[in-house]
Design a protein around this ligand. Structure first.
Ligand code: SF4
Length: 349
């Protein structure tokens, strides 16, 4: 069955593979960039980010010689900004410490900062034909359906089982194609909802299809509760400039945003006035709400509920930057979206 499965999946890939720009190269630098971008976005959006990123930083050296602000600007909107920072860190490491020679084995590639099992497996198999299976949501789904694997895919203890299964099925040749074939097959044929079983060329091997249990798979345990966080941003203007501050840590580290009060619960106007009064050491602070409804922003582990407030402060504010043009400042998408929505209503931008 093993050979048969890999043959079928490679045959399907040869006829149906998507034409994507990173499939025209085996350059590990470009494959690395594409894999990191695609971890957090759909193919269509990821392709335009990839093209922009590669045209701005066409080689590992060009990325290694750039500064963080430039890289974050190119990454703006993709989220997970630590990935961009890690890309830069690792590019500098390869350039400065490894003589610009990209590592060529899974065990060396995975040592790069920001590179996990998935990315190391993808680069090693696609660029160097190493027999290292990748596991993403598509692969989990396909394998769990074909073999009726009951192990919940969101438990780390299941990982080893799926990894071994994927490896046992992997062809010794065309390892990179095999990995990409499984992922493409999962996203185009064995889809989460409404899989195309009727036209599927591996259906005769697929246990869940034979037993009519397809939609039972993949198995998941109930999810951890996603937390909610309340963000109250203030829009402070002076001479047609708006105050922004650099974020010191967390997922948005080194990006910029409006000053904020972050809480685990919804805060009252009075509380916020006192908070900013204290923060800016002011005798008087007045705030007024700009968006009546919370703007929700979903992250993988957190829902952010945000409000934006106009503010009047009596004294001068020393911390932060007053800017009239945000173009050179990487900002979380939440800030950009707010600006887009309210820029005509507000005379601050
Ligand atoms: Fe997926 Fe259906 Fe094909 Fe089985 S028969 S692999 S469930 S598309």
């Amino acid at each position: 069955m093993c050979m048969k499965f890999s043959e079928l999946i490679l045959n399907w890939y040869d006829e149906n593979k998507r034409n994507l720009p990173w499939r025209l190269t085996k350059d590990p630098y470009k494959i690395w960039i594409s894999e990191i971008i695609l971890q957090q976005t759909r193919i269509a959006q990821g392709t335009s980010y990839y093209n922009r990123f590669i045209s701005r930083f066409p080689t590992l050296e060009s990325l290694a010689n750039s500064d963080e602000n430039d890289v974050l600007l190119m990454w703006q909107g993709l989220g997970y900004y630590s990935r961009a920072r890690n890309l830069l860190f690792s590019a500098k490491h390869i350039h400065n410490d490894l003589g610009s020679k990209f590592p060529v084995t899974y065990s060396e590639i995975i040592k790069l900062k920001g590179v996990g099992d998935y990315t190391a497996s993808a680069i090693a198999s696609i660029c160097f034909e190493e027999q290292t299976p990748v596991l993403d949501g598509n692969v989990y789904r396909v394998l769990s359906r074909i073999f009726e694997l009951e192990n919940p895919i969101n438990l780390s203890s299941s990982r080893k089982i799926f990894k071994e299964k994927a490896k046992s099925l992997m062809s010794a040749k065309r390892c990179g194609d095999y990995n990409q074939a499984l992922m493409d097959f999962g996203s185009l044929v064995c889809k989460p909802q409404k899989p195309l079983c009727g036209s599927c060329n591996v259906s005769k091997l697929c246990k869940s299809f034979i037993n009519n249990t397809v939609l039972k798979y993949p198995v998941k345990t109930s999810k951890n509760k996603i937390k909610t966080q309340y963000h109250d941003y203030i829009i402070l203007t002076k001479d047609r400039k708006t105050l922004i501050v650099k974020i010191e840590d967390g997922i948005w580290k080194n990006l910029y945003r409006f000053p904020v009060c972050i809480s685990e619960k919804k805060q009252s106007k009075l509380y916020l006035q006192e908070y900013f009064k204290k923060k800016y050491n002011s005798s008087k602070v007045k705030i007024s709400l700009i968006n009546q409804k919370f703007i929700n922003h979903k992250l993988s582990h957190l829902t952010l509920k945000s409000r934006f407030w106009n503010i009047n402060i009596e004294n001068n504010v020393a911390k932060g930057l007053f800017v009239s043009d945000f173009t050179d400042f990487p900002m979380p998408q939440l800030m950009r979206n707010f600006r887009e929505k309210y820029k005509t209503k507000l005379s601050i931008f």
